[in-house]
Design a protein around this ligand. Structure first.
Ligand code: ATP
Ligand code: MG
Length: 367
């Protein structure tokens, strides 16, 4: 998957830009606060309709303007498609080849991408919901059916929580059954995804760090068995039901569902040691990079076509060796990459033939 052309209008501090990226490396260079991350954010929005900085619509539109536009020409195995996104305070609209998109399924997969940004480190250090969100998004990128399952689970959870807050709890048993059934399917999909990327993660971590350590993602849930596996959806359903019944009095008192995938966590570890408590900043960064590379490789295996990689400020906190290892690795991958940096000196360009440099100054992207 390659972006052949990007057009931006009134997005953040970018007034207007028309860019023809390289199929391989694109280096976005500039001082702080010039618009480098804004540029990457506009690309990410084109593929996901979401900001990786969790921004809301009004924040994305250039101050004083009524709307923003981002357009991209995407080459997907020689099939060209134009994706056009317009952002207004009230909402976003997408068109593909001029036709309005009304269903997420029509938009899904048109422009897939994986981003690595400084915000990702919060995933290691922060609360479990950030890790769950990451995992859910990563699974959704490779399995569109996961989105409806996820939405269904949260609808059931909301209804069940509403009922738990009421005096009259008529119908609670039915919601409990449905929660356990849907929750079990969700847990099994999450565990299965983690199993699929674990080997890739360890391999990529070794490439970046230069050390053959066991990098691991471990799913943490009350319903997991002692040997660390989840078992079948039926086994998870039964164990979830058992826990829901056991916690019934606590749930009634607190008016809250206390068992289910919405309470689970994901642990990152290196050689069995928690990345959150034992990892240095460089190790945490290398781990998340390796995790994202595993995600890319997995999508590529499924679709035969790698997503686009967006690297925001990748070079800080990684030493020269790790940076070089990672660049060497990217060189041999058939993948379009966008990298932001404050200086080209931070990036090892030796041996790279195909690249374009885009200096960014005060919201202007030069070519
Ligand atoms: P750094 O190297 O520090 O990460 P950067 O080049 O990535 O810098 P950006 O995050 O892209 O910087 O932001 C550039 C500027 O865009 C910021 O100074 C910010 O104030 C400005 N900006 C953000 N949102 C808007 C908006 N809606 N309208 C106009 N300008 C905005
Ligand atoms: Mg930035």
């Amino acid at each position: 998957m390659k972006l052949k052309k990007i057009y931006i209008c009134s997005f953040r501090n970018i007034e207007k830009a028309e860019i023809y990226p390289d199929d391989k490396f694109n280096l976005i260079v500039g001082n702080n606060a010039q618009g480098k991350t804004n540029f990457l954010e506009s690309i990410y929005l084109l593929g996901t309709m979401k900001s990786f900085r969790l921004a809301r619509n009004p924040e994305l539109i250039k101050y004083g303007n009524p709307f923003a536009i981002v357009r991209g020409l995407v080459d997907n195995e020689e099939v060209l498609q134009e994706i056009s996104l317009s952002i207004e305070n009230a909402g976003k609209k997408v068109r593909i080849n001029g036709k309005p998109v009304t269903q997420i399924a029509d938009f899904f997969g048109c422009l897939s991408m994986v981003v690595f940004s400084p915000e990702d480190l919060a995933m290691v250090r922060g609360l479990p919901d950030l890790r769950r969100k990451y995992l859910d998004r990563a699974i959704f990128s490779s399995d569109i059916s996961y989105l409806s399952l996820h939405q269904e689970f949260h609808r059931i959870l909301k209804n069940r929580n509403n009922l738990l807050k009421r005096e009259d709890r008529n119908g609670l048993d039915t919601w409990t059954e449905r929660l356990a059934e849907t929750g079990a399917r969700l847990v099994v999909k999450r565990v299965s995804y983690i199993q699929k990327i674990t080997k890739l993660l360890t391999d990529f971590y070794a490439i970046i760090s230069g050390h053959h350590e066991q990098a691991e993602v471990i799913y943490r849930s009350e319903v997991m068995k002692k040997d660390g596996t989840a078992g079948s959806a039926e086994e998870v359903r039964l164990s979830m039901l058992e826990l829901l019944h056991k916690n019934a009095s606590d749930e009634n008192r607190r008016g809250l569902t206390l068992t289910g995938p919405h309470r689970d966590d994901i642990n990152f570890s290196i050689n069995g040691k928690s990345l959150k408590f034992h990892g240095s900043q460089g190790e945490q960064r290398s781990f998340i990079l390796a995790l994202k590379m595993a995600e890319i490789e997995y999508i590529k295996k499924l679709n035969g076509n790698p997503p686009i990689l967006l690297l925001d400020d990748m070079t800080s906190e990684l030493d020269m060796d790790r940076n070089n290892n990672f660049m060497e690795f990217l060189k041999i991958k058939d993948m379009q990459v966008f990298i932001t940096t404050t200086s080209l000196d931070n990036i090892t360009l030796s041996g790279i033939q195909n690249y374009k440099v885009f200096p960014v100054r005060g919201g202007t992207i030069l070519q």
